[in-house]
Design a protein around this ligand. Structure first.
Ligand code: IPD
Ligand code: CA
Ligand code: CA
Length: 263
């Protein structure tokens, strides 16, 4: 795809994201929460409306593009063929419901399986992170620099303690400078993208949780792999780490030591 076409798509998507600034406050005012698999697995009218809205946007501007997203059935979608948008309409729904803060919209645009455009929109803080293939990563149009090397002993790291065994949690805490967890895979990853965290681990993400991170990692010299240090498949997802280059190896060694990280 040539540069002009890519920038045209980027302009349209950014315009669409701007429309959310008017829509989200209204949706939050009338928030309706329901549960999915269990009482901690939440979805709201905000998630559903944002996704429907984006679906309409695609139908209007790019009718041949497919949408692979959390709040719909994705049966029959061939994620690695043609133009595919992977979307998490709200990542951090628990945060949205309980705190009205620390949630984001994740969008990854793949062309024949190749990550081409990425967005993580931190709406509550008015920060749009985007990456364009071959043209770098940005925060509200400011070019982001590759984070400096962070050794694990100097790094804050992030993971969900509820799904990791106690020995691994202790070992990670001993080896790192400190621990923080936001509770939004997109925003925990943004901390790594900005060089604030050394690494973020999610032991069970879905494609929409990690769709945008591939291109940020590529453009900013970060390492994004499975927890076995192999290549991640965006269409399948599974246990993943996004990490500063300088602490990736040590993180994986700890995660895989003993009987592994599984609870
Ligand atoms: C969840 C969040 C959370 C992560 C879970 C995700 P959701 O996404 O990103 O931080 O630990 O694995 O499912 O349900 O809020 O979109
Ligand atoms: Ca999510
Ligand atoms: Ca979600």
């Amino acid at each position: 795809m040539n540069k002009e076409t890519l920038l045209d798509i980027d302009n349209l998507v950014r315009d669409w994201l701007t429309t959310l600034d008017d829509i989200i406050p209204q949706l939050i005012k009338q928030m309706v929460t329901s549960t999915k698999k269990n009482r901690f697995d939440l979805v709201t009218n905000v998630d559903k409306s944002i996704q429907q809205n984006f679906e309409q946007f695609l139908q209007q501007h790019f009718p041949n593009h497919q949408l692979f997203a959390e709040e719909k059935s994705n049966e029959g979608i061939q994620a690695k063929k043609g133009h595919v948008w992977v979307m998490d309409p709200i990542d951090g729904t628990t945060n949205l419901v309980k705190q009205q803060e620390d949630y984001c919209i994740i969008l990854g645009y793949f062309v024949d399986g190749e990550s081409t455009l990425s967005y993580i929109y931190d709406y509550p803080h008015g920060k749009l992170y985007k990456a364009i293939k071959g043209q770098g990563a940005y925060m509200n149009d400011n070019l982001l620099q590759q984070p400096e090397d962070l050794k694990l002993e100097d790094a804050i790291i992030s993971f969900n303690t509820l799904v990791m065994n106690d020995d691994t949690i202790h070992d990670l805490n001993d080896a790192s400078f400190g621990y923080r967890f936001i509770g939004s895979c997109g925003l925990d990853s943004v901390r790594v993208i900005l060089g604030q965290f050394g690494a973020h681990v999610n032991t069970n993400p879905k494609p929409w949780d990690i769709a945008a991170q591939f291109l940020f990692a590529e453009e900013l010299g970060l390492t994004m792999t499975t927890l076995n240090n192999s290549t991640l498949d965006f269409a399948k997802a599974g246990p993943f780490i996004i990490s500063n280059k300088a602490c990736h190896k040590e993180m994986l060694t700890i995660l895989n030591s003993g009987s592994g990280y599984q609870k």
